[in-house]
Design a protein around this ligand. Structure first.
Ligand code: FAD
Ligand code: NAD
Length: 472
C-alpha cells in the first residue's frame, strides 16, 4: 500500500503521540507509527503508568500498616497478586485505549507496525501480519525512545534476572530481591517490592542514591529506605551473576572487597540506552553522538532538514514530560512558528515514599559551577500539615540568586513532593523572586505552605521556624 502524509511520527510514546496530536490540531495530515495496537510507548505500557499504579498500592499498604500508630488496625494486608496485576493492566489498557480514541478523533492515521526509513522523505512500515505500507512524508519526527541497559556482567539471559519491563509485569513477589542501581527505577520498583513483602537489597555503584539529586533531599528517602530495605550497599557493583537453583548467585564488589550472596530474583536498573538503531537511519544525514543519542538543534531538527527527533532518543533527562514538550516544539517548528526548546526548569520526580522532586538549578550544580547562591530550607517538622499526616520527615528548599533574589532552583523531599514541585517550575519559569513566593498567600494547612515558608526563611521571617537572617 502507498500513502503520503505531511508529518510522519515514528514511535507512539509521550514524545510521538504528543507530536502527532499537535500536528493534527494545527491542521497538518499526521501519521503515527508504533509497534503497539495503541499509542502509549514505554511510559504507558511499561514505564510511568504501571509503576505509578504499583507505587500507589505500595503506599496504601504502608499506610494501612502505619495506621496502627493512629489507633486503627486493619490487620496485615492480604495480597492477591493476580488481582493486583489485573488492576494495573486495566489501568494501562484504559489509558492506551483512550489515546487510541484521541488519535482517531483528531484524524491522525495510526499505523500499527515497525517503521524503517527509506530516505529523507520516505519510510516503510511493516505490520505484524507482514503487510507493508510505503509512506511518503514532508517531515518526520523520530520518537523511538529508549530501552533498559544491561552492561557486562549484568547481561545474564535468565527469567530470574529482570529488567524494569519484567518487574512491572509482576511475575511474582520474590522472597529476596537484589536491585542493581539506586536510581529512579531501582528505588521506585525496589520500594514496590519491599512494600509487597520482598526482602530488598539495593546496590549502587556511586557513593549515594539518586546521583543527580541534592544530598539533603536524598537523605530523607534514604533514611526511610534504611528501614524498609534489607540493605542499601553504596559504592558497590555486581561483578558476576549466575543461575543458582531457582535463584541467582551474585558476586558483589564493594569497599570491603568481594562477597557472594544468593537472591531469588535480581532487578537490573542501571540506566537506559536510546533506540537510535532505527532501521534505515543510515540512508539519511541524521547524526548520533558518542552515547548513541540523535543529535538535534534547539528546534529538535536533526542534520537531515526534513527529520526531527525528540524524547529519550535525543538525550537526558529521559522523562516523559520532557519528551512531550520537545515534541510540541518540533511540531511548531515544522508549522513555521517561532519555537525553541529552552526550559529553565524541567521537573524531576522520584515517586518513592516519600517522593523526591527538584527543578531548575540544584545546589550541587551551583556549587560545582562556582555560582554564588543562597539556600533557604524549611523543615517539614514545622509544617502543621506534615505533622497531621504523620509525615514530618521532609524538606523544601529554594536555591536563590543573592543579588536579584530570583529563585533558580527548588527541591522538595516529602510526601506529595511530585505535585508540589509544579509551583517551583512556574516560579522559576516566570522569573519569580523569593519575595514573590513569600507574598503569595498559600492555603492553610497544606504542604504547599512549605514553599512560601522557605521564602520566608530566606528573609529570616518564617512564622513556623525561628532562623534569624544571616548577615550577607
Ligand atoms: P518511548 O515512550 O520510549 O516510546 C517509543 C516508542 O517507539 C515505543 O512504543 C517503541 O516501541 C516505538 N518504536 C521504537 N522503534 C520503532 C520503530 N522502528 N517503528 C515503530 N515504533 C518504534 N518518566 C516520567 O516522566 N515519569 C515517570 O514517572 C516515569 N516512570 C518511568 C518508569 C519506568 C519503569 C521507566 C522504564 C521509565 C519511566 N519514565 C518516566 C521515563 C519515560 O517512560 C520516558 O522518558 C518516556 O517514555 C520517553 O518517551 P519517548 O516518546 O521518547 O519514547
Ligand atoms: P538511573 O540513571 O536513574 O539510575 C541508574 C543508577 O544505577 C545510577 O544511580 C547509577 O550510578 C547506578 N549504576 C550504574 N551502573 C551500575 C552498576 N554496574 N552497579 C550498580 N549501580 C550502577 O537509571 P534507571 O533507574 O535505570 O532509570 C532510567 C531512566 O528512566 C531514568 O534516568 C529516568 O530518566 C527514567 N525514569 C524516570 C522515572 C520518573 O520520572 N519517576 C522513573 C523511572 C525511570
Amino acid at each position: 500500500m502507498n500513502r503520503s502524509t505531511q508529518v510522519a511520527v515514528i514511535g507512539g510514546g509521550p514524545g510521538g503521540y504528543a507530536a502527532a496530536f499537535l500536528a493534527a490540531d494545527l491542521g497538518m495530515r499526521a501519521t503515527l507509527i508504533d509497534e503497539a495496537p495503541n499509542p502509549g510507548g514505554v511510559c504507558l505500557y511499561r514505564g510511568c503508568m504501571p509503576s505509578k499504579a504499583l507505587l500507589h498500592v505500595a503506599k496504601v499498604v504502608t499506610e494501612a500498616r502505619e495506621a496502627r500508630n493512629w489507633g486503627v488496625d486493619f490487620g496485615e494486608p492480604a495480597l492477591d497478586v493476580d488481582r493486583l496485576r489485573g488492576w494495573k493492566d486495566e489501568a494501562v489498557s484504559r489509558l492506551t485505549g483512550g489515546l487510541g480514541q484521541l488519535s482517531s478523533q483528531r484524524g491522525v492515521s495510526y499505523l500499527h507496525g515497525r517503521a524503517e526509513l527509506s530516505g529523507p522523505t520516505s519510510a516503510r512500515v511493516t505490520a505484524a501480519d507482514g503487510g507493508v505500507t510505503a509512506l511518503e512524508f514532508e517531515h518526520a519526527i523520530l520518537a523511538t525512545g529508549s530501552r533498559p541497559a544491561a552492561p557486562g556482567p549484568l547481561a545474564l539471559d535468565s527469567d530470574r534476572v529482570w529488567d524494569s519491563t519484567r518487574a512491572l509485569e509482576l511475575p511474582s513477589v520474590p522472597g529476596s530481591l537484589l536491585v542493581v542501581g539506586g536510581g529512579y527505577i531501582g528505588l521506585e520498583l525496589g520500594s514496590v517490592y519491599a512494600a509487597l513483602g520482598s526482602r530488598v537489597t539495593v546496590v549502587e555503584m556511586t557513593a549515594g542514591l539518586l546521583p543527580g539529586a541534592d544530598r539533603d533531599l536524598v537523605a530523607v528517602v534514604a533514611r526511610r529506605l534504611a528501614g524498609t530495605c534489607e540493605a542499601v550497599l553504596l559504592e558497590t557493583t555486581v561483578t558476576a551473576l549466575a543461575e543458582d537453583g531457582d535463584g541467582v548467585s551474585v558476586t558483589l564488589e564493594g569497599k570491603d572487597g568481594e562477597s557472594a550472596q544468593r537472591f531469588d530474583r535480581v532487578l537490573v536498573a542501571v540506566g537506559r540506552v536510546p533506540n537510535s538503531d532505527v532501521p534505515g537511519l543510515d540512508r539519511t544525514a541524521v547524526g548520533r553522538d558518542s552515547r548513541g543519542f540523535v543529535v538535534v538543534d534547539g528546534q529538535r531538527r536533526t542534520a537531515e532538514p526534513t527529520i526531527f527527533a525528540v524524547g529519550d532518543l535525543v538525550g537526558e533527562p529521559m522523562l516523559a514530560h520532557k519528551a512531550s514538550h520537545e515534541a510540541r516544539v518540533a511540531v511548531e517548528a515544522i508549522a513555521g512558528h517561532k519555537a525553541v526548546f529552552e526550559p529553565a526548569a524541567i521537573p524531576a520526580v522520584v515517586f518513592t515514599d516519600p517522593e523526591v522532586a527538584w527543578c531548575g538549578l540544584t545546589e550541587t550544580q551551583a556549587r560545582a559551577e562556582g555560582r554564588k547562591v543562597e539556600v533557604a530550607k524549611f523543615p517539614w517538622g514545622a509544617s502543621g500539615r506534615a505533622v497531621t499526616l504523620d509525615r514530618p520527615a521532609g524538606v523544601t528548599k529554594l536555591v536563590i540568586e543573592p543579588e536579584s533574589e530570583r529563585i533558580l532552583g527548588v527541591g522538595i523531599a516529602g510526601s506529595g513532593a511530585g505535585e508540589l514541585i509544579a509551583e517551583g517550575v512556574v516560579a522559576i519559569e516566570m522569573g519569580a523572586t523569593a519575595s514573590d513566593l513569600r507574598l503569595c498567600i498559600h492555603p492553610h494547612p497544606t504542604l504547599s505552605e512549605t514553599l512560601m515558608e522557605s521564602a520566608e526563611v530566606f528573609f529570616g521571617q518564617s512564622t513556623h521556624v525561628y532562623r534569624p537572617r544571616r548577615k550577607r
